[in-house]
Design a protein. Structure first.
Length: 49
């Protein structure tokens, strides 16, 4: 993992940036952001944790 586990804001900022690069406002819909957040893939309709 990338250093800080527990404080999510740092990772969230990276995910938001990647979502913006993909042209998606919501990082949950961005596969790059999903992988940055450690989710498996960026598929829609997956189980919510």
């Amino acid at each position: 993992m990338a250093g800080k586990s527990g404080k999510g804001s740092d990772t969230a900022e990276k995910a938001n940036a990647k979502a913006e690069e993909e042209g998606k406002k919501n990082p949950r819909k961005s596969s790059a952001a999903q992988s940055e957040l450690g989710k498996k893939g960026g598929k829609k309709g997956g189980k919510k944790s």
